[in-house]
Ligand binder design. Structure first.
Ligand SMILES: Nc1nc2c(ncn2[C@@H]2O[C@H](COP(=O)(O)OP(=O)(O)OP(=O)(O)O)[C@@H](O)[C@H]2O)c(=O)[nH]1
Ligand SMILES: [Mg+2]
Length: 624
């Protein structure tokens, strides 16, 4: 489906032409009918001679309503630039032309209206003037058709010309990420909230859950209509009325974007390539305040010029735009900048959510933006990965404006060429994360450094607690888990329970420590069942002895030599077994057995309970 938009100076016959073509009066507001002037957007549709159905968005020509005009032309495929034969090129002819040119509207056609008011020579003169105005714009060389809505003259030629152009126009791409920039919302009693707009980048279906990208609110699609007929699902490029449940009309103002959840987020900051209007009246200074228009939305903004102090009419530059109201944008979207008086320029979003405020006059910043703007799919994905790593697939897709299947394909190529590292299996929705190879190497060495530092600090510990290393690296848990799994598989680190260590880390005691440790164990062994509890030994050394299996730590004060502990455990178990299935042992029996005191026996039996060797029943222990 295609959407056609009108454009041109006030009173040049846009709405009358739409009515003549479609039999639908696009001026629906009472004040429009009364003043014979379009104030806000109008909508109509017709079936062309080929049988193709097309939508028409009719815009106001009056300078005062230029914002409404901007809200209407964002999603159109073909622009009809309308010039009255009795007035020729006028200020809003030029301004609308400049806007269509900046938005890079794909196809264009010039319509000279009111030919009944001019003779043939005058019409030719007007066409020559238009030709001059089109020079240097994307409209240059556009076909021109003369019509009179009054006599009907030329209307058939116009329809045929539109058909021919659309025959030759590619259907809108379906990226599977529908966006409906809302241009109207109203409520119908018995139905509730209805919003309208031109659908781009994907389709919607009845019953689907949707999200408002700016506010984040959710709603459900109750019904869909295109050209006043019910439809169950849609493709991109249609004019659509969406009946929503779960949301009030007031919560969906013009400028909202209806989309599927999770991928599109509003941004306060975007990077862009800005082109100033050729032959415009004003230049743009660094940090100047402007109004920013993207599809149907509008926000006040400041423009940071990144590679110059001033942009004169006709010049281009790299900019970072700071918005006062957040707007959901996608890489590649076209926007317009206006001052209070006129259209200054416009351009294309290069990065919809740059991570930082860029330094000005930085060659690296400009180089990255150029890569995002003009690079191949691989270049773009690599640049996004480098800037935002670790990156998930959805993030790569949003920031590159490439559909997920293409992202998967191209990331696989980048991985095979050694430019990126992919952690986890590449696939839809399985949480794989992508690093640039350099970023991955940096992370690996940081992790290695963190482990080394830990081992140096605590040479007697087996390893560093997993969570401590994670917080040092500042990684999210899912990413960290992928990182550890990958590095363990590569043999770059060893996972040991809840500890991590470098593969070559080994706990080694110094000779002095060895001596102290041996003395300590010997002291324990001298009194195996009542070992001394006043022996001071370094906690780290004690941990090593426990790790090595030479001692068993029962609690903070009681430590048995391993041989003693094994013997006691064996004899206690044996005592119970000897009595048959239901064998028991008491504290007193244990005490007698080892000729020791309650001080040792109580903690020992509790320890055996903890180890699930015994279980306490009243005053006795039974075997587990
Ligand atoms: N003679 C003649 N008059 C026309 C023709 N088309 C429109 N008009 C008249 O021109 C005036 C303006 O027409 P509109 O269609 O409202 O112009 P518009 O471009 O939609 O104006 P805005 O929406 O306000 O920018 C009206 O009085 C129309 O009747 C035509 O083909 N011939
Ligand atoms: Mg009009």
């Amino acid at each position: 489906m295609y959407v056609i938009g009108t454009a041109g100076h006030v009173d040049h016959g846009k709405s009358t032409l739409v009515k003549a073509l479609t039999d639908i009066d696009p001026d629906r507001l009472p004040e429009e009918k009364e003043r014979e002037m379009t104030v806000d957007l109008g909508f109509a549709w017709l079936t062309l001679p080929s049988g193709r159905e097309v939508s028409i968005v009719d815009v106001p020509g009056h300078e005062r309503f230029i914002k409404n005009m901007l809200a209407g032309v964002g999603g159109i495929d073909l622009a009809l630039l309308i010039v009255a034969a009795d007035e020729s090129v006028m200020p809003q002819t030029r301004e609308h032309l400049a806007i269509l040119d900046l938005l890079q509207i794909r196809r264009s056609l010039v319509v000279v209206t009111k030919t009944d008011l001019a003779d043939e020579i005058m019409v030719e003169l007007v066409k020559a003037e238009i030709e001059d105005a089109l020079e240097g714009t994307s409209f240059q060389g556009a076909q021109m058709v003369g019509v009179s809505a009054y006599t009907g003259d030329g209307l058939d030629d116009l329809k045929a010309a539109i058909d021919a152009i659309l025959d030759d126009t590619q259907a809108r791409s379906d990226l599977g990420r529908p966006r409906l920039p809302v241009d109207r919302s109203f409520s119908i009693s018995g139905f509730g909230t209805v919003v309208t707009g031109t659908l781009i980048d994907g389709g919607f279906a009845v019953g689907q859950e949707v999200e408002l990208a700016t506010s984040g609110q959710k709603a459900r699609i109750r019904g869909l209509q295109s050209h006043q007929s019910h439809v169950d699902q849609t493709q991109p490029g249609v004019r659509l009325a969406v009946n929503l449940s779960g949301i009030a009309r007031e919560d969906v103002p013009r400028g909202e974007v209806l989309t599927t959840g999770g991928w599109l987020h509003p941004t306060y900051r975007l990077d862009a390539r800005l082109r100033m209007v050729k032959g415009g009246a004003h230049s743009l200074r660094h940090n100047q305040g402007v109004s920013f228009h993207l599809f149907t939305s509008e926000s006040n903004a400041r423009v940071r010029l990144l590679d110059t102090d001033r942009l004169a009419p006709g010049q281009e530059g790299w900019v970072q735009i700071l918005l006062s109201e957040p707007i959901p944008a996608v890489k590649g979207d076209f926007f317009i900048l206006r001052s209070a008086e006129d259209t200054l320029g416009g351009g294309q979003v290069v990065d919809p959510a740059p991570r930082r405020r860029h330094r000005r006059f930085s060659p690296e910043v400009v180089e990255r933006m150029m890569m995002l703007d003009q690079g191949t799919g691989e270049d773009i994905l690599f640049t996004v990965a480098e800037q935002r790593e670790p990156c998930e697939l959805a993030e790569l897709s949003q920031h590159s404006n490439l559909p997920v299947p293409e992202v998967l394909e191209r990331i696989a190529v980048l991985e095979s060429q050694g430019h990126v590292a992919v952690l986890g299996e590449l696939g839809v929705d399985n949480g794989a994360v992508v690093f640039s190879t350099q970023g991955w190497d940096v992370l690996k060495s940081k992790l290695n450094m963190a482990l080394q530092t830990y081992h140096n600090q605590y040479p007697l510990r087996r390893g560093a607690p997993v969570q401590e290393i994670r917080s040092r690296l500042g990684l999210s848990l899912p990413v960290y888990q992928r990182v550890v799994t990958r590095l363990a598989a590569e043999g770059a680190l060893v996972e040991d329970g809840t500890n991590l260590k470098t593969p070559d880390h080994q706990v080694a005691l110094t000779p002095d420590m060895e001596k102290k440790a041996a003395e300590f164990v010997a002291a324990l062994e001298r009194e195996p069942y009542s070992p001394p509890t006043d022996q001071s030994v370094d906690r780290e050394i004690l941990a090593v002895l426990a790790d090595q299996g030479k001692v068993v730590k029962i609690n903070d004060s009681i430590v048995f030599a391993a041989s003693a502990f094994e013997e006691m455990r064996g004899r206690i178990v044996e005592h119970m077994r000897a009595q048959g299935e239901q064998g028991t042992i008491t504290v007193a029996e244990t005490r007698t057995m080892f000729n020791t005191s309650r001080k040792y026996v109580l903690p020992l039996l509790e320890y055996l309970d903890q180890q699930q060797i015994t279980r306490r029943v009243g005053d006795e222990r039974v075997l587990r």
